[in-house]
Design a protein around this ligand. Structure first.
Ligand SMILES: [Zn+2]
Length: 89
């Protein structure tokens, strides 16, 4: 009896139109987010970390990066191909 849906909801950047204050939160249909201090309604403005091929889920720290042997850029270890030139690992 586990509820996995909470972890798969898209994460959005939310913004209060009047003040420009921002927050990051998963967005569910029918849920209105309000700024904790001002009470303004927060509207989704952009998705954060769109999931899909070519997007690393690892923190961008040295231990999670490798040097591409062709372009010599640092690219995430969990991607099959170099993030910059597409060379397979
Ligand atoms: Zn490369």
């Amino acid at each position: 009896m586990s509820n996995e849906s909470a972890t798969t909801e898209p994460i959005f950047r939310l913004r209060a139109a009047a003040s420009g204050r921002e927050a990051i939160a998963p967005v569910s249909d029918g849920v209105v987010y309000r700024d904790a201090e001002t009470g303004e309604e927060l509207e989704p403005v952009a998705a954060v970390l769109p999931s899909g091929d070519g997007v690393s889920r690892l923190p961008r720290t040295p231990v999670n990066l490798r040097v591409c042997r062709r372009c010599e850029q640092l690219t995430p270890r969990d991607l099959a191909n170099c993030e910059f030139c597409g060379l397979p690992a």
